[in-house]
Design a protein around this ligand. Structure first.
Ligand code: PHE
Length: 435
């Protein structure tokens, strides 16, 4: 990300939002809600996002803007001669693992865009129920789609056409937003949609165990791209005059809204069409075609939707890829093109295993979000709370004491960063292991 040029201050914030909003909102959140029992998961998720993730977001922001460096460099600059830069290794490895299987899901979206373009969802007698299963279970299709998606990501990173995708996502993100609202309205006006809504928003705490808590926390980090270098590095480009707190709140709010809207559009449809809410990773792809098939102008909406989804996925995958490339360029002094090829090759091979084997896919998904991202976030928040000086954190959070509102909440934020967040995250992490 060091090499990227952002055209404006707004561009950086958009890039952060672009990294956050992606398949995690549209694909992973609804399926996590489904697997983890509905309403209670959503409630936990919202609480974690506001109470824990927001302060952790502040910490990443503070680390990045204070150090003016990437994940690796940040720790080296702020804690020279210690073992802290090792956290940087974690911050590089995790995105590579995520990108490998993210690209498989990106490939599924690509295939569904192709289906939409041939109007397969609205064809007479289309077998919507097995469309996804047949595709994902086949051998060549998912591998080719994964390759195409990853190559597009690498191509964008290589070309460094930040301006291109910046401009593209400025149009596509609002479009995606409007489409999800339109689909939500369609879903909610279907007969029996109420059942789905009750399931979504009525918390049933009897299903909540520690593993559901860990899943909600992991999803929150995943969706916000928190826990390793991405937000940290992006924030090193954020202007010193920018208000860290309001920027983080805006991005978090937008991300949350996307996830909630997506599940309003998808979950009730699961009930209407007699599908299983806990169907797992294929959930979204199994439900969406049904919605398009019953919607006025569904064929057209499907095309725009999958196009927008693809753009959202790309703005996230580019941020993942860039972490590895920036590391190889800055620390190993490789050429940008060589670095991109290495990252591509690594993620391509690992991704092929994920594309061919659902079990490998699930393990990667679980390990990266429930273990690696949680550890990454934990280290960062501990670093800010315990290693950095309170006065420095204050200075960064309040722009040298000039932001009155930030000054007022600093005491509380500091308490969360120093005590609450590390203890809560550690507690969830450890108890999830002990079972
Ligand atoms: N936050 C992205 C999404 O919701 C995924 C992602 C995770 C991107 C981690 C970057 C880092 O799709």
């Amino acid at each position: 990300m060091k090499r990227e040029k952002f055209s404006s201050r707004l561009g950086i914030l958009l890039a952060m939002a672009g990294s956050a909003v992606g398949l995690g909102n549209m694909w992973r959140f609804p399926y996590m809600v489904g697997v983890n029992g509905g309403g209670a998961f959503i409630l936990l998720y919202i609480i974690f996002v506001i109470v824990l993730c927001l302060p952790i977001f502040f910490s990443e922001f503070i680390l990045g803007r204070r150090s003016q460096a990437n994940a690796f460099g940040a720790f080296r600059k702020l804690a020279p001669g210690t073992a802290w830069p090792l956290v940087g290794i974690l911050a590089i490895a995790t995105p590579m693992i995520i990108l490998s299987y993210y690209s498989v899901v990106g490939g599924w979206s690509l295939k569904f865009l192709a289906n939409a373009l041939s109007f397969s969802f609205t064809k007479e007698g289309a077998d919507l129920g097995s469309m996804f299963g047949n595709f994902a279970g086949s051998t060549w299709g998912p591998c080719i789609a994964h390759t195409l998606f990853l190559a597009t990501t690498a191509g964008i990173v290589l070309g460094g056409v930040q301006k291109g995708i910046e401009r593209f996502s400025k149009v596509m993100m609002p479009l995606l937003f409007l489409l999800v609202i339109a689909m939500g309205i369609r879903t909610l006006t279907l007969p029996k949609a109420g059942e789905g809504l009750v399931w979504l928003f009525k918390p049933d705490f009897s299903k909540v165990g520690i593993s559901v808590c860990a899943a909600a926390l992991g999803q929150a980090f995943y969706s916000l791209s928190l826990g390793y270098g991405i937000m940290l590095t992006y924030s090193s480009y954020v202007d010193k005059k920018e208000n860290i707190a309001t920027s983080a709140v805006k991005i978090t709010g937008m991300d949350l809204l996307f996830s909630l809207l997506a599940s309003c559009a998808i979950m009730p449809a699961v009930f209407v069409f007699g599908l299983e809410p806990n169907a797992g990773a294929g959930l979204v792809f199994n439900t969406l075609p049904h919605i398009f098939a019953t919607m006025p102008l569904g064929g057209l909406v499907a095309i725009i939707f999958f196009l927008a989804l693809l753009v959202a996925a790309l703005t996230s995958s580019v941020s993942l890829c860039e972490v590895g490339v920036a590391f190889l360029v800055e620390e190993k002094h490789l050429k940008r093109s060589t670095a991109t090829i290495i990252v591509f090759a690594f993620c391509w091979i690992v991704g092929i295993f994920c594309a061919l084997n659902g079990k490998v896919f699930d393990i990667f998904d679980y390990v990266s979000s429930n273990i690696l991202m949680i550890l990454g976030s934990l280290f960062m928040v501990i670093f800010v709370g315990w290693r950095m000086k309170r006065t420095d954190v204050f200075d960064e959070f309040t722009n040298g004491g000039t932001l009155a509102a930030n000054k007022r909440i600093f005491g509380f934020v500091w308490f969360v960063i120093k005590w609450l967040a590390p203890i809560a995250v550690l507690f969830i992490f450890i108890s999830n292991f002990i079972g």
